[in-house]
Write a protein of this length. Structure first.
Length: 175
């Protein structure tokens, strides 16, 4: 029998090594950017490095906020979670998920993803937050932080995926 300390050590070392591999390039890039920004003129090479680092940061933010890594196959195909979100009035099952219920469960809405008329409607109370149809509209706008809705051509929800951003607290709250 292998002692538990050896098993723990065998698990911790690869994780620690991976974290150094993943974090070190960002640390090196950020130090290089800081150094380059302090100099009065950036060389062509420094500008390229800065552009690449900024692009990588934006790519990471986009992936964190929108990518589901294919897990919609589990949440949609296997568990049929999208049917519970839709509700029976929209082709799913049960009462559906209203924005009020989603917000109470801890989901967030990215106000920056909403068109101006929807933001104004929310401020004036003309948007029905007790209708699962509103949740579907928010999913179509890609405004629900942590969830991605996948829609059929007829507008019905075909699946749902969960993003890394589900635990994020960064988006600006509504209101």
């Amino acid at each position: 029998m292998i002692p538990s300390k050896i098993v723990l050590f065998a698990c911790v070392i690869p994780v620690a090594a991976l974290s150094v591999i993943l974090v070190a390039p960002f640390d090196v890039a950020s130090r290089h950017i800081e150094k380059a920004e302090k100099s009065p003129r950036l060389s062509r090479f420094d500008r390229l490095i800065r552009q690449n680092a900024l692009r990588m940061i934006e790519d990471g933010r986009r992936i964190f906020r929108f990518d589901t890594f294919g897990d919609e196959a589990f949440w949609g195909d296997t568990l049929k979670l999208h049917q519970a979100v839709e509700g029976e009035n929209h082709g799913g099952v049960g009462p559906g998920l209203t924005p009020t219920m989603a917000l109470a469960a801890g989901l967030k809405v990215d106000a920056d993803a909403l068109p101006g008329n929807v933001r104004a409607g929310l401020k004036h109370g003309s948007v029905n937050l007790d209708d699962p149809g509103t949740t579907l509209e928010l999913l179509q706008l890609k405004a629900v932080v942590g969830l991605t809705g996948f829609f059929n051509p007829d507008g019905s929800l075909s699946s749902i995926g969960i993003q890394c951003a589900l635990r994020s607290r960064r988006p600006r709250p509504l209101g």
